[in-house]
Write a protein that binds this ligand. Sequence first.
Ligand code: GZL
Length: 347
Amino acid sequence: MRENRMNTHISRIALVMLPAVVLLMFMLGWGMGLFTNIDEETDTNEASDSIVVGVSQLGSESGWRTANTESVQRAFTRQNGYFMIFSNARQKQENQIKAIRNFISQRVDYIVLAPVVESGWDTVLQEAKDAGIPVIIMDRSVKVEDESLYVTCVGTNSVEEGQKAGRWLEEHLIRQKKADEDINIVVLKGTEGASAQIGRTAGFSMIAGEHDNWHILEQEYADFTIYKGKEVMARFLNKYENIDVVVSQNDDMTFGAIEAIRESGRTVGVGGDITIISFDAVHDALEMVAEGTINVDIECNPEQGEYISEVIRMLENGEEVEKRYYVEEDIFTMENVTQEVLDTRIY
Ligand code: GZL
């Protein structure tokens, strides 16, 4: 009898605890990414009536990258006829190569690749081509022997962005009546090997090379992140007494650099000790442009998901597509960052 009572007691406890145990197991499974509905392990069988797109995103290093990912997630929804398998490579090319091979094994219909660096893709893109899966390059670009390894590239013209920064500085110095003065410049560069960094560096250098009085004291990689931007800028400030201009190849590095400059006791922006030239033009940076903290921000438009969806529709309809599509981009200063721009910007 006692034993029965004990058994009843135990079974009552088990009954009460069961939901908690199931919940705990589910949460553990979720945490291990077993249940996320868009990670690279997703079973594509449920997607038979949709266009299955494998997206290899390079990481989540900046506010810009987050906006780029959100634009892709907005485009490739079930309502729009897609089934997206999304992979975040956390800045590692080997993770992107693994994800692409995974997409191939899952026989996706399209692969979208935002390449963390421009080289090292020939082998895996050949595997995708051999599997008959079209590859669309997003945001940055790739350098491959055989350009037929990808169908098209939807992204930004980073060389032009760099040149825009140089042309703005020319005009700025003329307005300041400093066109003939010696100008000391430091450059915070994005990720080594990334086409966005290579292009912006080349574009700005082309213009700088036209001015003997512009002195680029040093250019250093700061990985497009706030933390590295602050660290490298602090080193520049310790090393160089007189810095007139900072060219920072994305807003996140700019945020870090401004912190370092202010901690050194110097001022930034319009009327400040150090002129700030930034890239991306994300919302938070445009607020700093509007208040005069950042002198100019060269826009890099992350809204590329809908463009890529349009390209896929064209391919589905058997239409010809261009080898290269550039998204629209502007350049922002105090003069054109209106409240309406700030209110309507979704990134
Ligand atoms: C540019 C893009 C860059 C952004 C950074 O096309 O690849 O990567 O400028 C991002 O913010 O990290």
